[in-house]
Write a protein that binds this ligand. Structure first.
Ligand code: NAD
Length: 485
């Protein structure tokens, strides 16, 4: 085992789980055993909530200008340890080093945004009648929880930690049980930056801990990022115990390619979107709707896809199960009559025979009823569906129950505008295959890709992680008294 077994992190200390049960953590790159992470219980969660409650007393009363200083230091520590943090993300998640580095760079951008929060949350004040003033102030909510998925071990925890903590909350983080190592590094760096003990606590585990978080009476808000199936469970269960909940789910993103699209720009963007992070992004292109004759572009996409080499510029998928699931989708589409133009099945990387690799895969002549057209595959696979015109393309996009992202490739502003207005997704790209809004814009989809109000990042984070206090004051005895004041 490359690293020692890890513990939970409670009240600023590494704390073994009371269960003494562990789950092995393997690197998708080569299948090697990296570490073991605890499968914690409700009792471990109770300890963490107690620590977070205690820390809240002081942290919530610390002025935001002081809280934010810690995150300025955290940002410089992320920069200092960039290479080591990127290598760890690569090892536990399986993505390429460049992708892991880009993820840590995004964590820095997220922290920079959190550092701007003192500038954004000044309340309002107004004299509403003679001598009477109304003012608003943002208050932290209390102990909050953040449940995160495997695909971005650094970025997704940093979607929530800097914003929620700068805004005065204390947190329980529940990392994905398959990538638990990067989260502990985040805690270590925050401690080095001066974060008081108990403000951030990490409880490792699986479903049992997620359910205990949803039910815990002292946790006020829950954010969740993961699959739609679990997002629905978390949204329903945590709401049932009267928590504020925002649950981001899975995706099936459609790229609509029009005949006037710029060929090389489209081919490189489509390929990068479907194969980046081995297709394990909620923003990945999964279906391409080819409008009219775009055969030359499809040919170029195949050329680009063949330049994506597993183990070189394409990382591994998360597990053996994931590899088998993705390959099964491809085989099923083939047996239903789709054409496999580039085939990533049975990929083996020399020297990493026990890694979990799927090569880039381009499937043509997919029909909307096939499972590759309907379901989230979460692998480097693009399914091409043909449509006669823009309206048919939109009806295909609109029919999918998800709504994270959609994109259009065209050189016509009018056509782009038509699709922007009608696509049924929360994030839209024009000639961009991965339309992730950058800070201060917020991130979040629609429909089955998100449950709850608002978004999790950017300016929307303020509403989710705070509650508003409205105060009305009257000091002057000469101020008039009327029915309102
Ligand atoms: P997942 O839903 O399997 O797991 C997410 C979290 O939920 C993990 O911490 C896991 O321990 C926990 N969990 C798993 N099964 C559970 C259950 N039955 N009950 C309670 N908790 C459970 O997701 P994943 O496989 O880690 O991540 C991939 C998914 O996340 C994809 O669907 C992807 O689209 C989605 N995702 C969405 C976004 C977004 O912004 N919408 C971002 C990243 C990933």
């Amino acid at each position: 085992m490359k690293y020692a077994a890890i513990d939970n992190y409670i009240g600023g200390k590494y704390t073994p789980s009371r269960t003494n049960k562990y789950l092995e953590v393997h690197s998708p790159l080569d299948g090697n055993l990296l570490s073991k992470a605890p499968l914690s219980s409700k009792d471990d969660l109770n300890d963490a909530v107690l620590a977070a409650k205690k820390a809240f007393e002081t942290w919530s009363k610390t002025p935001i200008k002081d809280r934010v200083q810690i995150f300025y230091r955290y940002k410089t520590l992320l920069e200092r340890d960039m290479t080591a943090l990127s290598k760890l993300v690569q090892e536990e998640n399986g993505k390429t080093f460049d992708e892991a580095r880009a993820e840590v760079e995004k964590s820095i951008e997220l922290t920079e945004f959190a550092c701007s929060l003192p500038q954004l949350i000044g309340g309002e004040i107004l004299e509403v009648s003679r001598g009477v003033e109304c003012r608003t102030d943002y208050y932290p909510i209390g102990v909050v929880a953040s449940i995160v998925p495997f695909n971005f071990p650094s970025m997704v925890p940093n979607w929530t930690i800097p914003n929620a903590l700068v805004l005065g909350n204390t947190m329980i983080l529940k990392p994905s049980e398959v990538v638990p190592l990067s989260s502990l590094k985040i805690a270590e760096l925050l401690k080095e930056a001066g974060l008081p003990d108990g403000v951030l606590n990490i409880i490792n585990g699986d479903r049992e801990i997620v359910e205990a978080i949803c039910d815990h009476p002292d946790i006020e808000a829950v954010s969740f990022v993961g699959s739609t199936k679990v997002a629905k469970i978390v949204y329903a269960r945590a709401s049932a115990s009267f928590k504020r909940v925002l649950a981001l789910g899975g995706a099936k993103n459609h790229l609509i390619v029009l005949p006037d699209a710029h060929p090389s720009m489209t081919a490189t963007n489509v390929t990068a979107s479907m194969s980046g992070c081995a297709g394990q992004r909620c923003m990945a292109a999964s279906a391409m709707v080819a409008v009219g004759n775009v055969d030359a572009i499809i040919e170029q996409i195949c050329l680009e896809a063949r330049k994506v080499i597993p183990g070189v510029n394409l990382g591994a998928v998360i597990s053996k199960n994931a590899k088998e699931r993705i390959e099964k989708y491809i085989t099923e589409a083939e047996s239903q009559g789709a054409s496999i133009l580039v085939d990533g099945r049975n990929t083996i990387v020399k020297g990493k025979e026990d890694g979990f690799y799927v090569g880039p895969t381009v499937i043509d002549n997919v029909t909307p009823d096939m499972s590759v057209a309907k379901e989230e595959i979460f692998g480097p696979v693009i399914s091409i569906i043909h449509a006669k015109d823009i309206d048919e393309a939109l009806s295909i996009e609109n029919a999918n129950p998800y709504g994270n992202a959609a994109a259009v490739f065209t050189q016509s502003g009018g056509a782009a505008r038509y699709i922007i207005e009608r696509a049924n997704a929360g994030m839209i790209g024009v000639n961009i295959g991965v339309p992730v809004p950058r800070e201060p814009f917020s991130f979040g989809g629609w429909n089955d890709s998100k449950f709850g109000v608002g978004d999790l990042t950017g300016k929307s984070a303020i509403a989710f992680w705070t509650k508003l206090k409205k105060t009305t004051t009257k000091w002057n005895a000469e101020a008039k008294t009327n029915w309102m004041s």
